[in-house]
Ligand binder design. Structure first.
Ligand code: G3I
Length: 317
């Protein structure tokens, strides 16, 4: 039978799932990941705390393990992430840095990591979650010390280190029209006007039934594509307040189909990645107690209604 990635490939797209290193030891889980999907993203293994645990000392063990697994199973890899306010090593967050020092730390981090994964990842989330909900810049350590120019610098350094890899900005709550997606639209338009290398916009798509479906997701994807960008759905999951019941699982399936349809409607929406594919391994219950059941496979790796909804949407394209 055709896998989700087979069906996506027929439309010129990929269908992927994130994976965290410890999950590779779950053989049944890893096997299904390798057979059903065409792309993966390390859930944590390429983040700054993992890759540069001490200043100037790099450790690519976790990311390399996922790249090796991906190669063995013919999956493409999305690199995630070069720069983020979260999961930074303590040497970086605890230090006091001048602008020159921090700029050189950031440049070295990006250059070293991008060179290491040159030819091994097809895309990078260069900067992750750099905007607030109201569309102002998030005051992360880089913004506070370097000002908003750090974003263009990060993109330029990544491009210099690997001119072929696709460079993305990536965030959540940007799937629909709103202040946050408007801010990205304006920023990316300006970056393009300034000839800063940027190839794509990643919409994480951590959706929650209780908050409603994003407004005009298709139109929103289209406006970014019209800037001359690729768009990717990068971390899709659809959580609910537990316990799950038939009505919620049916609504969840409908949302998965709607996201898939929105991507399929825009030629430059290049692929969809789930943030893990099964309720067995998901970040949600520990961060949002009482919520979960967010993925298309259940804890026993059995398909839920969402699986059929995604497959149906892909097959109909
Ligand atoms: O590595 C330590 C381990 O040594 C320790 O024993 C254990 C005890 O709690 O914690 C481990 O660290 C955890 C880490 O994942 C690795 O498993 C952290 O506590 C935990 O907070 C961290 O969660 C990750 C989260 O990002 C951090 O914000 C999730 O796995 C990861 O899926 C999640 O991914 C993010 C994306 O990068 C960006 N978008 C949102 C998405 C969901 O939050």
């Amino acid at each position: 039978a055709a896998t989700l990635d087979d069906l996506a490939q027929r439309t010129g797209r990929y269908f992927g799932s994130a994976v965290d290193n410890p999950e590779l030891d779950d053989t049944a889980y890893a096997d299904l990941l390798g057979s059903e999907f065409g792309a993966t993203t390390p859930g944590n293994g390429m983040k700054w705390y993992a890759t540069e645990p001490r200043r100037g000392v790099f450790d690519f063990t976790a990311g390399d393990e996922i790249v090796a697994y991906a190669k063995a199973h013919h999956l493409k890899v999305r690199g995630h992430t070069l720069l983020w306010h979260s999961q930074l090593p303590s040497w970086l967050t605890d230090g006091t840095w001048t602008a020159d020092e921090l700029r050189s730390i950031l440049k070295n981090h990006i250059t070293t990591e991008v060179k290491h994964y040159k030819g091994k990842v097809f895309a990078w989330d260069v900067a992750n979650e750099i905007m607030n909900e109201d569309g102002t810049y998030r005051e992360n350590i880089f913004y506070k010390t370097l000002g908003p120019g750090y974003i263009a610098d990060a993109l330029r350094w990544a491009h210099a280190a690997d001119p072929k890899v696709k460079l993305y900005l990536n965030d959540y709550n940007v799937e629909g029209l709103g202040a946050k997606s408007d801010a990205y639209y304006a920023l990316i338009k300006q970056l393009k006007a300034d000839r800063v290398p940027i190839d794509g916009f990643g919409m994480q798509a951590h959706l929650a039934l209780q908050y409603g479906f994003p407004s005009d997701m298709r139109g929103n994807i289209q406006r970014f594509a019209d800037l001359g960008l690729d768009v990717a759905i990068t971390e899709l999951d659809v959580r609910m307040i537990l316990p799950a019941d038939t009505a919620k699982l049916t609504q969840q399936a409908d949302w998965y189909a709607q996201v898939t349809d929105a991507c399929l409607a825009v030629r430059r929406c290049v692929g969809i990645t789930l943030w893990g594919y099964s309720d067995r391994h998901s970040w949600i219950p520990s961060v949002f107690p009482g919520q979960g059941a967010a993925l298309p496979w259940d804890e026993n790796l059995q398909r839920k209604p969402a699986y059929d909804a995604i497959a149906g949407a892909l097959a109909a394209a």
